[in-house]
Structures are given as C-alpha cells and as structure tokens.
Design a protein around this ligand. Structure first.
Ligand SMILES: *Cc1c(COP(=O)(O)O)cnc(C)c1O
Length: 434
C-alpha cells in the first residue's frame, strides 16, 4: 500500500473532531454578562471592587471547591499566574529558581520578571517532568523555589520534590496548565505544591479564550497574588499592607465575561477528561503493537490528564528516522475541526529545550548589558548551551512524538483511523528509506 507521502491515498480525508468544548451553556453565560452591561468590575484601588465582580468571585469559589483548596485567584492567563506566584513568594533579584527546559516558555521565563535567575534542571524520561535527582543537584544557597510542570498532563513527583523543598526551605510553584484534573493519590495536580497555576487559554482542556487560575492553601500567599494581580502599588498603602516586597503594578485581571464562561467549562471538565482518558487508553493498547512505539506511562496512583498524547519512538528498532516517520503519519491523517488550517496534529518532539531560546542563550532580557544575570545581586556565572540537559534534548530531538488525535469528541472510528495511519506507515516504512 503506497504511503500518502509518496503519492498514495491517505487513510483519512475528512476532518477529525477538534476540541469543541464551547456550547449553549457558554453562550447563555456570555449573554447574561453582556446583558448586565458590566464586563469587568475590578477597581485597582482598596475598596469592595478590589477583588473583582460577581462572576470572577463565583468562579474562584467554585474552582477552590472543585480542587479542594482554600484559595483560588482568577487571572488573565497562566503566564500572569506564574508571574504572580514568583512575586508572591517574595523572591529577590539574584535568587535562583529551578525550572524545566521542557515546557511552554512561560514556565522558565517567570523568574526573570522579578530579576530572579532561572536554573535549568533536566527531566526524567518516563513522564517528562523534572527529575528529583537533577533538581537536588541544582540547589545552591541562592535557590529560592522550584517551578515544576505537570508536563503533558502527568503530575510531577510530588513526594520526592516536596521533600527536597522542605529540606532546603524552598517554595514549590506548580505549573499545572496542562494538568487540570490530573491526580496524585487523592490530591489534584496544581494543589501538590505551595502554589499552583492553571490555564484557560484556547489550547487547553477547558478554556474561556484567555485566562488562568492560581491556587494555594496559604492565606498570605493568596493575598499577595491578589495584590500583584491588581495594581498592588496603589492598594498597599490604603490597605495597610506591611509586606511591600514585589508589590508593583500589573493588571492581570480576568473579565466577567471570561469568568462566566470558565464557570461553565469547569462543570464540563470531568466528562471531558473521562473521554480523553478512555481514548488514550484505547490508543495505548492499539499502538503498542508497533514495536518501535512506546505509549505514555502513568505513575502508580496517579491520574493523567493527557493534554497531549506522547509516544516514544525508537529509531534503532524502526530503521527509519523519527522525523520522516512522523511526517508520513501526518500525511495519512486529516486536520481537525476548528484548526483546519493548522494541518495534521502530530509532531516530532514538543518544544526546543528552553535554554536554547535566544533570551537564555544570549542572556539578553532587560536592556543590553545582561541584566539580570550580570547584576551584582547574582554574581555567579550561568551558562545556557547545548548539552545542558541531555534527557530533554534526547526526548526532543530523537524520541518524543506528540499528537492531539484523542480529543473528547473522537469516535472509535476516528481512533481506528489514527491507529491505521501509524500501522500503515510502520508496515510500509521501507518506502521511507528511498
Ligand atoms: C499553556 C501553558 C502555559 C501558559 O498558559 P497561558 O494561559 O497561555 O498563559 C504555561 N505553562 C504551560 C506548561 C502551558 O502549557
């Protein structure tokens, strides 16, 4: 059977279901807010509007209840949420924060916003999260925190990482943008560290356009996040806030419109996750018949959220390179509804290890003189260069395949087409050699 990449007919021509999570409930909610005439009710001042309007507060209450956590603070993105968290822990210029190179860029850029220094530790290769041993090796007297990511929807190794943090007096900031509803035993990802961050952007499991939520059980941290969200500098005086560290002005407020939509989305999360998990479990079984492909593992007593379905590819077993294999699979598959112009939703690797971004490699952030790396407050030379985190590089450049053909709306027929595409390319991989 001739492969589509060589001019054969593809396994699938019509579109796959996309992440269609917006329905009549969200339309109703948006209409309710529009009709109220108040699209945002925040004041950047110390009065009863400082904490936002009714939809924002209701979302925060419902979010805190769902995740069984004391405080939930709505923001306009997970990126903003991470910035709030870094500021709230009171980090000083020159403090070091341990980060992962294998994540969306905000997970590693956040420290820089408060002139702290991101220190990259490597990932482990079973679940792609920070490796506790690598984190321990990266700890210095200057380390203030760890920003840990539940990558692809799998919870980080909370027991080991939290023990390290406790031993060295570090904060754990959990980036759970990809892991809403993931669990480690009876606790939700996002609530495993000192402060957690979720995303509600368009690419995530549930969304409201753009948005994020910060959670914590620490009352003082929660209040500092709320201050950083909403022009702290104008509020701390009238409020009588004694701790003025990092209380400078941002506007990270979520609108009433987004909050109303996010409330509907939260109610759908469990069902949406159930579908993703069932689809991934089916794919795991079917794709494991291909010797060179290893489906994603889930650690004991954990629940995965499958933001992406992540496979590991063994080039030695396949006899053909990963990139051409993935390209051939993509050619067998159709794009997804809502994202038709994006083409096939299957990729080689995930993101370039972040220390290779120009921002890090060239150490140009604030101005042109290397601030904050060259600031007196830091004073230790840091190098970001190829080879820094070998596991991340191996996963990205050699082994990882990610795809999105497990969206909640997929049918068994859709899933079988995906399996057929992989199997067809596998069976005919000789064709890729010429
Ligand atoms: C999407 C994502 C973010 C950023 O989310 P926004 O809401 O777009 O700011 C941060 N971290 C990770 C791991 C993400 O996947």
């Amino acid at each position: 059977m001739k492969l589509a990449i060589n001019g054969g007919s593809p396994v699938r021509r019509n579109l796959f279901p996309g992440n269609s999570v917006i329905g009549p409930e969200e339309q109703e909610a948006a209409k309710r807010v529009l009709e109220s005439g108040t699209l945002s009710a925040f004041y950047g001042a110390w009065n009863d509007k400082f904490y936002g309007g009714p939809e924002v507060r209701a979302l925060e209450d419902e979010w805190a209840k769902f995740y069984n956590v004391k405080h939930a603070i709505a923001v306009n993105s997970a990126t903003s949420g991470l910035y709030c968290a870094v500021g709230a822990i009171g980090c000083d210029p020159g403090d070091e924060i341990i980060v992962t190179p294998y994540s969306m860029c905000a997970s590693a850029v956040a420290p820089l916003i408060f002139n702290a220094i991101p220190i990259f530790a490597d990932i482990e290769t079973a679940y792609f999260c920070l490796d506790p041993a690598a984190v321990e090796a990266a700890i210095t007297p200057r380390t203030k925190a760890i920003i840990i990511v539940d990558l692809f929807g799998h919870p980080y190794q909370a027991q080991e990482i939290n023990a390290l943090a406790k031993k060295h007096g570090l904060y754990v900031i959990e980036d759970a943008a990809q892991a809403p509803g993931a669990m480690d035993n009876d606790r939700y990802a996002g609530t495993l560290g000192d402060v957690g961050v979720y995303s509600l952007n368009y690419h995530k499991h549930i969304h409201c356009g753009e948005g994020g939520v910060v959670v914590t059980n620490d009352q003082a941290l929660a209040e500092r996040v709320r201050l950083i969200r909403n022009h702290a500098e104008a509020v701390v005086g009238p409020k009588g806030e004694p701790n003025l560290v990092n209380m400078l002005g941002f506007n990270f407020r979520m609108t009433e419109l987004e909050a109303a939509i996010a409330r509907c989305q939260l109610r759908k999360l469990k069902d949406l996750l159930k579908a993703r998990r069932s689809h991934c479990s089916y794919l795991n079984g079917e794709l494991s018949t291909i010797p060179a492909i290893k489906p994603p593992a889930t650690r004991e007593n954990c629940l995965h959220s499958f933001y992406l379905h992540t496979l590991k590819y063994c080039e030695e077993l396949a006899g053909v390179g990963r990139d051409i294999f993935v390209k051939a699979v993509g050619q067998e598959l159709a794009p997804m509804e809502l994202r038709e112009s994006d083409g096939a939703r299957v990729w080689s690797g995930y993101v370039t290890p972040l220390y290779l971004l120009p921002l890090f490699e060239k150490k140009i952030a604030y101005g042109k003189h290397g601030c904050p790396w060259t600031c007196n407050a830091h004073g230790r030379e840091i190098h970001y260069r190829k080879g820094l985190c070998p596991n991340s590089e191996k996963m990205h450049y050699k082994e990882v395949i990610v795809h999105e053909y497990m969206m909640p709306g997929m049918t068994r027929k859709d899933l079988n087409d995906v399996v057929d595409a992989f199997v067809k390319v596998w069976d005919n991989r000789q064709e890729l050699k010429s």
